[in-house]
Design a protein around this ligand. Structure first.
Ligand code: MIC
Ligand code: SF4
Length: 650
């Protein structure tokens, strides 16, 4: 008799990856290629992504669904952002992308509401794309060029993941919410050292969390530096999709009985207390009770982490019949028009207005320093996911990341308050969400596109610069030496500078502006003298956003290598995509030996990259070794001078 093969018990992450695997074997290979069903872009990264897509010469998008959101640069001071919007709309029409107009909402909230589907893969040119994991998707953030490849039908490559199961038991106490759960996870695992992991939530506590709460957790998983985070798709997911009029999009997706995880960590939800991330890192966790009474100047509620109906309704319930403290400014940005409509219908909007809140556009706005920057030295409590120094637009501001509950309680007194003192009733998951897709354009021509449609290209849209093949020997100057945890906000500032995103020569003027504003000029001088440029960095270089400009603009300035103690996942992939070699020091002491301005020689670097990735660096009389562990695919890209030079390899 034939033996029946026993099917391997799989967790949710492995199931979705197995169903999308196109290259590699998880049991053997370090890198896997997966098929991408859905893509999303936002305007700040999208213009580059579509310029790159355009240069591929593909007639229309080839993946199941492509959506282009406008949510980052919505404040139109000057022509640049408006130019970008028109360009994006015209591209969407031509190539079969659905276009979400400015004002419709924040990409991740909208995608959750209207498009995300359990069991699918989603690739987004934004690091918080894992928000979709709240619906049971493998949703990953990447650089724009990777999204362009996925839209053209190409695979996306991830390091073969290790899956950490986060077992949830119990139920959250009143006054706490999902934000406190993810802050707890950040307290345990920090913002570095999680590269290559997927965090999968399971256990009896999962069913106590509604989809928006799950999405808050997977959203801010980005701050752990993981590949993504995922929840199962269960009855709660079904209820959410039914309420969104999308019953057909539901499939059940849970871990098999006995499915193994590479590691398990248990959280008893009933023991969660209100937490906050203190300046200037999302991993700098302190209990709210310890900060109680601290004077607060500003409170900002919204962002893709906490802008659902559940979140803003909770704030409205806390502020009902009350007024925010005189000496505190409170801004609220809802995640979508759906959220605003619901708040208008149930009276919450009136409560918030009456309480003295400033109602902002449904957009990223304050989260990225594009609106309501706090005053000098202010303490600002925010419900978003990042509190990097200066990100709010005010370098001296002290930004604390909190839950909507903590934000609302503190708004009333102008001091940090523990929301457990007078918790509001839980907001039940709506039975029916109001559906209005009118601000999604080109739905009828999705995937097909409109042949011959004209692309609108204002003066802010500049062509994408190309790289150069890696030379045999590299002669470079250390153009800057930075410390640990340098974020992409340090490398390529957002806020007021964001509007130059579609124009690399203009945006490149601001590379490293927050650290050293002379970087741009120095790089160009070094190039004139015949040298390439090199960046030397400490641990976790390139934390934060998916901003490929943090690689593209340095490439434009002649940066050919980064030498660091460690480099974060998305940024490392972006460096490779633009032909910059991501080297790690074999001996961290080499970091101390190199100073800004030093001349560095990498003999036979091309051969080293093509070989085992181990290269020699000569600095004066001293010699060090550095390594870049690259897959065969990555080697080819770097040797060619970037993905654009390598014909995209679709
Ligand atoms: C961010 O939160 O830092 C951003 C702005 O959304 C970025 C994307 C970008 O730089 O445009 C991200 O998270 O990827
Ligand atoms: Fe927008 Fe902030 Fe979310 Fe980034 S983190 S997508 S800027 S709301």
């Amino acid at each position: 008799m034939m033996k029946r093969e026993k099917k391997e018990a799989m967790n949710v992450a492995r199931k979705i990856i197995a169903a999308h695997l196109v290259e590699g074997d998880p049991a053997k290979d370090a890198e896997l290629g997966i098929r991408i069903d859905q893509t999303l872009t936002q305007d700040a990264t999208g213009t580059m992504a579509y310029l790159q897509f355009e240069s591929m010469g593909v007639p229309h998008v080839r993946n199941e669904l492509a959506v282009s959101y406008v949510d980052h640069n919505t404040v139109q001071i000057g022509f640049e952002n408006a130019d970008d919007h028109d360009f994006l709309a015209s591209i969407a029409k031509k190539y079969g992308v659905i276009y979400s107009k400015a004002g419709n909402g924040i990409c991740h909230q909208l995608h959750l509401e209207r498009f995300g589907k359990p069991g699918k893969t989603l690739l987004g040119s934004d690091s918080h794309t894992p928000t979709g994991g709240g619906l049971g998707m493998i949703a990953i953030g990447a650089g724009g060029i990777d999204i362009a490849v996925a839209m053209a039908g190409g695979a996306f490559h991830i390091p073969t993941p290790k899956v950490r199961g986060i077992r949830l038991v119990g139920r959250l106490p009143k006054g706490t919410s999902a934000k406190d759960v993810i802050l707890k996870v950040l307290e345990k695992f920090g913002t570095k050292g999680n590269v290559g992991w997927i965090f999968e939530y399971f256990g009896p506590g999962v069913k106590t969390l509604d989809v928006p709460s799950r999405a808050t957790i997977t959203n801010m998983g980005a701050e752990l530096g993981v590949t993504t985070s995922v929840f199962p798709s269960d009855a709660v997911t079904k209820q959410f999709l039914v309420a969104q009029g999308r019953a057909k999009d539901w499939v059940e997706l849970v871990a098999d009985k006995g499915a193994a995880y590479d590691d398990v960590f248990e959280i008893d939800l009933s023991k969660i207390e209100p937490l906050m991330a203190a300046p200037h890192s999302p991993g700098n966790i302190v209990p709210v009770r310890k900060m109680k009474g601290t004077k607060v100047n500003q409170i900002m509620i919204g962002s893709c982490t906490n802008s659902s109906y559940r979140d803003i309704r909770t704030v409205a319930l806390a502020l009902k019949g009350k007024h925010v403290a005189d000496d505190v400014e409170v801004g609220i940005a809802c995640g979508s028009r759906q959220v605003v409509n619901m708040l208008a219908a149930d009276g919450s909007l009136a409560i918030l207005v009456k309480a003295g809140c400033r109602i902002l556009e449904n957009a990223c706005g304050f989260c990225i320093g594009a609106h309501m920057s706090p005053r000098t030295g202010a303490v600002s409590l925010r419900t978003n996911n990042r509190n990097f120094e200066g990100r709010s637009g005010t370098k001296s501001a002290q930004v604390y990341l909190v839950s909507p509950e903590t934000a609302a309680a503190s708004a009333l007194t102008g001091r940090v308050e523990d929301p457990r003192k007078s918790p509001v009733a839980a907001v039940p998951a709506p039975k029916r969400f109001p559906i209005d897709d009118e601000m999604f354009l080109y739905r009828k021509t999705a995937r097909k596109g409109v042949r011959g449609a004209e692309i609108v290209r204002g003066p802010n849209i500049a062509p994408v610069p190309k790289g150069e093949p890696l030379p045999d020997t590299l002669k470079a100057i250390c153009a800057i030496k930075v410390g640990d945890k340098i974020t992409t906000d340090h490398i390529m500032p957002a806020g007021a500078r964001l509007k130059f995103r579609s124009n690399i020569p203009a945006y490149a003027k601001f590379v490293f502006e927050p650290c050293d504003a002379t970087f741009h000029d120095r790089c160009l001088e070094n190039r004139k003298k015949g040298f390439a440029n090199v960046i030397v960095a400490g641990e976790s270089y390139g934390q934060g956003s998916s901003r490929e400009h943090a690689a593209l603009c340095p490439m434009y300035l002649g940066v050919r290598a980064v030498l660091a103690k460690s480099i974060e996942r998305i940024h490392r992939a972006n460096l490779v995509n633009f032909g910059i070699v991501p080297f790690l020091f074999d001996d961290p002491a080499a970091y101390d030996a190199i100073s800004a301005g030093d001349e560095l020689t990498f003999p036979d670097v091309r051969a080293a990259v093509a070989g085992d990735g181990r290269a020699t660096v000569k600095v004066g009389k001293r010699t060090f070794s550095v390594t870049s562990t690259l897959s065969a695919r990555e080697k080819q890209i770097i040797l060619a001078g970037g993905l654009l030079m390598n014909g995209f390899m679709v």
